[in-house]
Ligand binder design. Structure first.
Ligand SMILES: Nc1ncnc2c1ncn2[C@@H]1O[C@H](COP(=O)(O)OP(=O)(O)OP(=O)(O)O)[C@@H](O)[C@H]1O
Ligand SMILES: [Mg+2]
Length: 184
């Protein structure tokens, strides 16, 4: 009951963000603070370590830069964004698989890749997974109990931060979601 309540209030919060963005009320993150992505990636790898252990998936982070990577934005929202990608990667990867969170920079962008060796997403579905409430073959994935909002929220937050998310995936081999954010 407690968990159901939590899920419901999360869903209401998610729908509120999406509505505010639709109506044009929300064009930028509420707060604009400096965020170090190195810390964010390491914190998330640590926070979801338990979930990964519980589902027998290996979770690793790989910081491919020697300097700190700073972006301007809302910490809570960016944390939420990357968590959604990582939780998906863990949930849609069978036991003995691996999830890697990679941080790198390219030109004027910071890139965070969340790469898994999981079930993958057929090419025809890859565009639709960012739609609200859309879940690939909902019978199969219903066991994870999601609502299908995670990626639409992630994309909305990326766009609020002038960024975007792309996906590359091969069924039965795995998926890589890449978040691109302008950095300073
Ligand atoms: N890493 C991944 N590997 C395979 N399929 C994925 C992955 N990430 C997302 N998907 C597919 O995209 C669909 C949409 O993802 P999304 O995160 O929006 O919703 P969800 O995980 O089903 O529910 P929730 O609202 O709890 O996040 C998922 O149901 C799943 O079918
Ligand atoms: Mg999800």
């Amino acid at each position: 009951m407690g968990r159901q309540n939590q899920r419901l209030s999360q869903m209401v919060a998610d729908l509120l963000i999406l509505c505010r963005m639709d109506s044009g009320m929300e064009k930028f993150p509420r707060t604009q603070e400096p965020i170090f992505l190195n810390d964010l990636v390491n914190d998330i790898a640590e926070e979801f370590g338990f979930l990964a252990v519980a589902t027998k998936v290996k979770l690793v982070s790989e910081i491919r830069v020697s300097q700190s990577v700073k972006v301007i934005g809302n910490m809570e929202q960016l944390y939420r964004l990357v968590s959604n990608l990582v939780v998906n990667a863990i949930n849609y990867t069978p036991p003995e698989g691996e999830v890697k969170i990679i941080l790198e920079v390219h030109l004027n962008s910071a890139l965070i890749h969340v790469k898994d060796t999981g079930i993958g997403i057929p090419e025809t579905e890859q565009k639709r997974i960012f739609d609200r409430f859309y879940r690939v073959n909902s019978d199969r994935s219903r066991q994870t109990g999601g609502s299908g909002l995670g990626l639409s929220i992630a994309l909305a937050i990326a766009q609020l931060h002038q960024g975007n998310i792309t996906v590359e995936s091969v069924p039965n081999q795995g998926s890589t979601f890449t978040l691109k954010l302008p950095f300073f």
